[in-house]
Design a protein around this ligand. Structure first.
Ligand code: GDP
Length: 454
């Protein structure tokens, strides 16, 4: 990979291990003065990639700790710069002292994500791979960790690059054909071109589906939980919280805020968005809460609408359900089947997907969780291939739309210029994922989401 920008000139330092107590703690240095600063801290440096035991001292020669020193010479390092790792004891105070000593000797404390940013800038990783680092660090399940590692290894990026190369070839052909448009031969009618674009379209749609599954694994499914008071929403939530020792955290806030509960259901991260109070519209402050709730609902993947199976759904329920499920899947959950005499499980006869359950006793909950996994594309046989983010899914969607338009235009030869432009836009959208066309401000936002020392 080619360097994208001139490497930054200063040397950065950060504690790379998690804050708190630990057997080992690592201070990382990267930049042109990394070796010089490390030598001042530890004495003679070992040859690159060889560990040596040294005493770490501050600028006044006072001993701070004793541990291993590891040097990596540019460009064969994580960041592509000279890098040193000092592996001392995992004491916050000792590591802080070491960091301060490094700064006295000329290093600067790294911003969050700055090591990965430098790796990206120096062409060691593309953007999707850099993002995979943070996905791996944040992975909430073994499956998510495995998928993030695949992204880091370039599995996602390779598929993007292969598609991008296919698009370049198609662009060269179409633009070349435009240059020779005065001649008698109709290059653009070439069946080979149409077949190639159809194959690219197919691969892009496939990649989009895989990326959507990867996104769900990394960011979770967002499910709107709705229904009238007393139908059993809290009871359902508590039952789900018992699945797979789920972690439940309630985002602090008043009833005016949108309530979100984060659960992990058999390894699938799920955010439940509570829509309690959606129907109260008289109060101005309440209205703001409702506006926020609708905003949260807009970004949801799925709606669960709970009702008491004894009464069925009211007209109000049906109206709200229609609004919630405007352009996303909606499941009706017929609760309290223990009281209604209904059967737990999916009802084949219902127009909308309807599941009978008894939230209180847990009947129907396994079916609900299994369906959720299937909805997320995470059934046992279909492991997600890599992690992805909303930004990637959006870019792939745009790339697919532009490609589809290009194919439409090519069907009508008069629009060949438009086809060439759509192919370029499709190509640019793919480039955003790996960072070839990403704007600087977006890069800043992406790396700011990383932790310090990464
Ligand atoms: P919410 O207002 O929708 O959150 O409803 P709750 O979860 O607070 O439930 C209202 C009442 O219904 C409580 O007394 C629950 O114990 C009861 N309940 C909820 N689910 C069931 C169920 O499946 N069977 C029975 N028998 N009672 C239930």
């Amino acid at each position: 990979m080619n360097p994208r920008r001139r490497p930054p000139g200063d040397t950065i330092a950060a504690v790379a291990t998690a804050p708190g107590r630990g057997g080992v703690g690592v201070l990382r240095l990267s930049g042109p003065a990394a070796f010089e600063i490390a030598a001042a801290l530890t004495g003679e440096l070992p040859s690159p990639r060889t560990a040596a035991l040294r005493t770490f001292r501050d600028a006044d020669g006072e001993a701070l700790d004793r541990g291993l020193v590891l040097c990596f010479t540019a460009p064969a390092s994580f960041t592509g710069e000279d890098v040193v790792e000092l592996q001392g004891h995992g004491s916050a105070a000792a590591l802080d002292g070491l960091l301060r000593a490094a700064c006295v000797l000329g290093a600067r404390v790294a911003r969050p994500g700055e090591f990965s940013e430098r790796a990206f800038v120096n062409g060691k990783l593309d953007l999707a791979q850099a993002e995979a680092i943070i996905d791996l660090v944040d992975a909430g399940s073994a499956r998510a960790a495995k998928a993030a590692f695949q992204s880091l290894e370039g599995r996602f990026s390779t598929r993007i690059t292969t598609l991008a190369e296919g698009l370049v070839a198609a662009r060269v052909f179409v633009e070349g054909a435009l240059d020779f448009s005065d001649e008698d031969i109709d290059w653009l009618a070439d069946a080979g071109l149409h077949d190639r674009l159809a194959a690219l379209d197919h691969a892009l749609v496939q990649l989009l589906a895989d990326a959507q599954r990867g996104r769900v694994l990394q960011q979770g499914l967002r499910v709107v939980l709705s229904g009238a008071p007393n139908v059993g929403k809290s009871t359902l939530l508590n039952q789900l919280a018992g699945v797979d020792a789920a972690i439940v955290t309630e985002v602090p806030g008043t009833t005016r805020d949108v309530l979100r509960e984060h659960l992990t259901l058999d390894g699938l991260p799920v955010t439940l968005i509570d829509t309690a109070g959606l129907r109260d519209t008289d109060d101005a402050i309440e209205a703001e809460g409702i506006r926020r709730a609708w905003k949260a609902i807009e970004s949801a993947d799925l709606v669960w609408f709970l009702f008491d199976d004894r009464q069925g759904m009211s007209a109000d329920d049906a109206a709200l359900l229609a609004r919630l499920g405007d352009d996303r899947p909606c499941w009706r959950l017929a609760n309290k089947v223990d009281l209604s005499g209904g059967e737990p499980g999916w009802r084949a006869d219902a127009a909308l997907p309807t599941l009978g359950l008894a939230a209180k006793s847990g009947q129907g909950i396994p079916e609900l969780v299994t369906a959720l996994h299937r909805h997320a594309g995470l059934t046992g046989s279909e492991e997600p291939l890599f992690t992805a983010r909303t930004r990637h899914v959006d870019a792939l969607r745009r790339a697919a739309e532009h490609l589809a338009r290009a194919r439409d235009h090519l069907g009508q030869q008069a629009f060949a210029e438009l086809a060439a432009e759509e192919l370029r836009l499709s190509h640019d959208a793919l480039g955003e994922i790996t960072g070839r066309f990403t704007q600087e401000d977006l890069l800043g936002r992406i790396f700011a989401g990383f932790c310090i020392g990464k």
